[in-house]
Design a protein around this ligand. Structure first.
Ligand code: ZN
Length: 587
């Protein structure tokens, strides 16, 4: 069993680890490649302009994340071609279909880029060009493999001509039409040869050789060698669509025990069920079981005494009893009352979020879900969804409220932060006061929130546009309060501003606090977003191409929750799989 995964960076531990294994395979398989060139491989992922190609690395890895093979694909967006720079499997192992699977994946990627052809080099299979008998056997096997896709050497040019005296076994330039049977045009091949020799072989090939090789391409269209190993009618050249990354879906199994049976308490277990019902059969998702994480992740963003208070107090509450905070410390904030139930007001921001016997344990398992989904991102997954309740974005450093106990998205962001800058984008109808409070003085986590103006919307005391962060964090909190009546168009104007700020911040990870209470008919909101709007919003987020963790926040109209979530993820997944995470300079 193996899977093919694209490695986008050398930031995440799982990616760094894969890249190290790729380098080790290269050293063992390609002894002639200079050591410094292998050491540079990671830089090409970071800096695609290094040789004016966008570098894409695919690895085939087994279930224990051992790399079995890899392929480096170069994309040239102006001439519109792809060049397969390296493809190799681990030494000593029978390919077991790995080489074929990697080549298939490379073709899908090249086709998705709209490349006019996939080019690469392959060593010759004729004794007159390659005197080494053992090598010849290998070369024939390889050319036979490519012929099955219709890919063959370009002939009638001087590409194989040595550029240094004594060189033998010069490679053919190969052409794979990616399902098209026409031969390549002369101008395309000329431009490709020039780009490869000048950029990839910069410093090796003299300028007059480049000119000679380019001018030698004079037939139009260029000729391909006749099939030598397979019958043309057996060729299977069609390219299938590029597979999108599936979204890791994590949800809690024990949330039902936290159920406040009171009129108007809309934060109920049915919320998760109604979303799951719509998305569980969707091919975009892959369920991942949550794992346990230590409490230090929670105390990384919440005060220890607050966490202790929640744990101890909830434990003492009888089944089906609700402890509502009702006295709040406007004065004498330092004198704590002895009675734990009265103390609830010291740690809470409102009177409608009760403590229950199970509130702590359920909130704790919710945190585990958010962290498990974040861990999927660290393992190289591009999209993950923690479908959780109770929500978390109103929980501040030392207080609960607004149905929230622990701030799931902030805890996940803090966890990801160890590996790179994080932007949190809160799309709930209500202001994300929790993560604003937690990261208010920090510049390494950007907090952005689009919400109903606190003049009329909960939490009333925060969410104003002049709250911009403090100290080092100044300028790293952005609030976009909107009026009471907002439709999809108006919302997207704000979302455009929010995304621009996210892009300027240049984060490694995006955390989305997804509230669905912006929807038409939500009992806690006043806006009118439709399923179609959610799909467009998802698409706009996906176009950023960032590793994205979505954490469920509010959304209470259970009749439409699922359908809106489904549309949001549809837009997100489709746009994300097509996104090129690197912006090319306009010149
Ligand atoms: Zn909300």
């Amino acid at each position: 069993m193996f899977r093919i995964r694209r490695i986008y960076d050398e930031v995440l531990p799982a990616n760094r680890n894969a890249l190290d294994q790729v380098k080790a395979i290269m050293r063992s398989r390609f002894a002639a490649v200079p050591a410094e060139e292998i050491d540079q491989l990671g830089r090409h992922l970071r800096d695609p302009f290094l040789k004016s190609f966008l570098t894409i690395l695919f690895v085939a890895e087994n279930l224990r994340q051992r790399v079995q093979g890899f392929a480096f694909l170069l994309h040239e967006p102006k001439i519109r071609f792809c060049f397969l720079d390296w493809i190799a499997t681990k030494a000593g192992m029978a390919s077991g279909g790995i080489g074929g699977a990697l080549y298939d994946r490379v073709r899908q990627e090249a086709a998705a880029f709209g490349a006019r052809g996939l080019f690469f080099e392959s060593l010759p299979d004729e004794a007159s060009l390659c005197p080494n008998e053992a090598l010849l056997i290998e070369n024939r096997k390889r050319l036979r493999f490519y012929e099955q896709y219709g890919a063959r050497p370009i002939i009638g040019t001087a590409y194989e001509k040595p550029y240094k005296p004594g060189q033998t076994c010069m490679p053919h330039l190969m052409f794979d039409g990616l399902g098209r049977t026409e031969r390549p045009e002369r101008d395309l091949v000329r431009a490709v040869v020039k780009a490869i020799l000048e950029r990839k072989y910069a410093g090796y090939v003299p300028a007059d050789y480049v000119k000679m090789a380019v001018n030698s391409i004079d037939q139009d269209p260029v000729q391909l060698r006749e099939f030598r190993y397979v019958k043309p009618q057996t060729v299977s050249a069609a390219v299938s669509g590029r597979p999108g990354d599936r979204i890791a879906l994590v949800f809690p199994d024990r949330h039902f025990t936290h159920h406040v049976h009171e009129k108007g308490y809309v934060e109920a277990p049915v919320r998760i069920r109604s979303i799951l019902k719509e998305i569980a059969d969707r091919s975009h998702f892959e369920m991942v079981a949550p794992s346990e994480f230590p409490e230090r992740h929670i105390t990384g963003v919440h005060d220890l005494d607050f966490v202790n208070f929640l744990r101890r107090t909830c434990r003492e509450i009888e089944e089906n009893r609700y402890v509502y905070p009702y006295v709040f410390p406007i004065r004498n904030k330092t004198r704590l009352p002895k009675d734990r139930y009265i103390l609830a007001g010291y740690y809470c921001i409102d009177t409608f979020t009760p403590l229950t016997r199970h509130a702590y344990t359920v909130a704790r398992s919710t945190v585990n879900c958010a962290l498990s989904a974040a861990k999927e991102i660290l393992n190289g997954r591009r999209l993950a969804y923690a479908l959780v309740r109770p929500p978390g974005h109103h929980a501040e450093r030392r207080s609960f409220g607004g149905f929230c106990y622990f701030n799931n998205n902030a805890i996940a962001a803090q966890y990801l932060r160890a590996f790179g800058r994080v932007a949190i984008l809160d799309l709930d109808y209500h202001h994300g006061n929790g993560q604003q409070d937690i990261f208010y003085q920090r510049a390494d986590v950007l907090t952005v929130s689009i919400h109903g103006n606190p003049g009329f919307a909960y939490p009333y005391f925060s969410g104003f546009s002049d709250e911009r962060g403090e100290g080092e964090g100044e300028g790293f909190n952005l609030n976009l309060p909107l009026p009471e009546a907002v439709d999809g168009d108006r919302y997207r104007k704000a979302l455009t501003v929010a995304l621009k700020r996210v892009v300027d911040f240049n984060p490694v990870f995006l955390v989305v606090a997804l509230g669905l209470d912006t929807a038409k008919g939500d009992p806690t909101g006043t806006w009118s977003l439709t399923p179609r709007d959610f799909e467009i919003n998802g698409r706009m987020l996906g176009e950023l191409g960032l590793p994205t963790l979505v954490v469920q926040e509010g959304g209470y109209r259970t009749r439409t929750l699922g359908i809106n979530a489904k549309h949001f993820f549809e837009g997100l997944a489709v746009a994300h799989s097509a996104a090129i995470p690197i912006k090319w300079p306009s010149n």
